[in-house]
Each structure stands twice: as structure tokens, then as C-alpha cells.
Write a protein that binds this ligand. Structure first.
Ligand code: FES
Length: 149
């Protein structure tokens, strides 16, 4: 099978086709500042073909649980916003992996706390680590903290 050559500048339709992301989602990404297009003489949006890689990166980051704000901040930290190099990907991937490890640890702790609560149902601010982990609310003073914040 012959490899399809991608032109340097592509339409939103082609970007959608290449990434599997809907046109409306791509426009949303653009409004959020994650990707950028240029207008041609006919006032049509055109994206540099490197945006395909950026959209792919956004998809991976979203699947990993990062918010669009997190992703925007990560992309802003890249030396050259228009291209994502292998080095960029290695750095991002390594950072995201350690973030994922943290999330896995937190979720594992949460699951274990939930196991203690199943069948209890007290929802006590003093006893329930699920409702008040590490008595964080107690450190803020006496009284009904959940109701006032
Ligand atoms: S519901 Fe009782 S300890 Fe969490």
C-alpha cells in the first residue's frame, strides 16, 4: 500500500479525518488555545500538518486523565509549540507517567478506604477516612466545615 502524502497545510476536515477528532472538538481545542490555524485567502482555516501530532498528544493526555488546562500548560512549556519532537514526547511522557503513578497511588488509597466504609455507612467526620481523609477538616477548626465551605 502506498503511503498517503500529507500536504504542508491541511483543512479542518482533513485534520479531523487524520486524528478521528470531530471538527467541532478541533474548533473547541482552537478556542482553548491548544492548536492554531491560519486563514487562507478564501478565509478558510488551514492547519500546519504538525498539528496532527499535537492533536494526537492531546488525545493521549486526555486518556491519561489530564484536563485541557493541564495539557495547555504542558504544550506551552514546549520549546517550539508548532512541532512536537521525539525529545519533547519523551519528556512529556516521563512527566505524565509520574503523574499517573501519583494518581494510581491516590486511587488505590481511596479504594482501600472505601472497602472499610462499605457496610458501615456512618459517614462520620471523625471516623470516616473517605469523607475526611487524614482529618483535614479537623485542622481547619471545630464545627461543620463541609456545610460552610
Ligand atoms: S462510612 Fe463509616 S467509616 Fe466511612
Amino acid at each position: 500500500m502506498q503511503k498517503k502524502i500529507i500536504p504542508e497545510w491541511i483543512s479542518v476536515g482533513m485534520l479531523s479525518e487524520r486524528t478521528g477528532v470531530s471538527v467541532s472538538a478541533l474548533h473547541f481545542y482552537e478556542r482553548k488555545g491548544l492548536i492554531k490555524s491560519h486563514r487562507n485567502a478564501s478565509n478558510h482555516r488551514l492547519y500546519p500538518k504538525h498539528v496532527i501530532r499535537i492533536v494526537s498528544l492531546i488525545l493521549v493526555a486526555q486518556r491519561t486523565g489530564f484536563s485541557l488546562e493541564d495539557i495547555l500548560s504542558e504544550l506551552a512549556g514546549l520549546p517550539n509549540r508548532t512541532r512536537v519532537t521525539l525529545e519533547d514526547w519523551e519528556q512529556l511522557g516521563s512527566r505524565w507517567q509520574s503523574e499517573l503513578d501519583k494518581k494510581i497511588t491516590q486511587l488505590t488509597e481511596l479504594r482501600d478506604m472505601m472497602t472499610d466504609c462499605i457496610g458501615c455507612g456512618c459517614l462520620s467526620l471523625e471516623r470516616c477516612r473517605l469523607l475526611n481523609p487524614y482529618d483535614e477538616l479537623g485542622e481547619k477548626g471545630a464545627g461543620p466545615r463541609l456545610m460552610t465551605e
